[in-house]
Design a protein around this ligand. Structure first.
Ligand code: GDP
Length: 165
């Protein structure tokens, strides 16, 4: 079993990514009510891995819960919205929150979401790649809406977690 936590600003698509991965489903018109923890089994290199995905809310009032969400975590997906520069800038804060709260050395992935909104993209792929390589993170761009790279994002994190254990 692997515990993975979704972090990042509100509205970047954390819940949508978790649902697309665990249920192959993109909720179109309203914020879905989901449990905080979603699970899915994925086979990685011959091993069945149970992913336990903890979905955090980005609002400040929930920040006090972060240590609980990050306790014993194997990996964190740090999500920003490729159409919102602020959500990318705030990733540095999220990185330090994860490093502070997680014990050990969790795998971290930088996830640029909403790539389907091509005309509004303002955070370039190069910006993402550069930050990820500076911080020793996996980098991937996704669309929770189209499903593009969503499984791949979790798969890459899972593979890296297995490598480290
Ligand atoms: P969270 O607050 O980070 O959990 O974000 P949500 O998953 O609730 O998504 C916030 C809004 O962005 C919702 O209206 C989603 O439908 C929308 N959204 C999430 N992912 C995508 C995506 O990949 N593409 C587009 N176009 N919209 C998305």
């Amino acid at each position: 079993m692997m515990k993975l936590t979704m972090v990042g600003d509100s509205f970047v698509g954390k819940t949508s990514l978790a649902l697309q991965f665990t249920q192959d489903f993109f909720p179109h018109d309203h914020k879905p009510t989901i449990t905080d923890i979603e699970t899915r089994v994925l086979n990685i290199e011959g091993q069945d891995v149970l992913f336990q995905i903890w979905d955090t809310a980005g609002q400040d009032k929930f920040r006090s819960l972060l240590p609980l969400y990050l306790r014993g975590v194997d990996g964190a997906l740090l999500v920003y919205d490729v159409t919102k520069q602020d959500s990318f800038k705030n990733i540095l804060t999220w990185i330090s929150e994860v490093r502070k709260a997680a014990s050990g050395n969790p795998v971290m992935a930088l996830v640029g979401n909403k790539t389907d909104l091509k005309d509004y993209k303002c955070v370039t792929t190069q910006d993402g790649e550069q930050l990820a390589s500076e911080q020793g993170m996996i980098f991937i761009e996704t669309s929770a809406k189209s499903g593009h790279n969503v499984h791949q994002a979790f798969f890459e994190v899972g593979k890296e977690v297995l490598k480290r254990t």
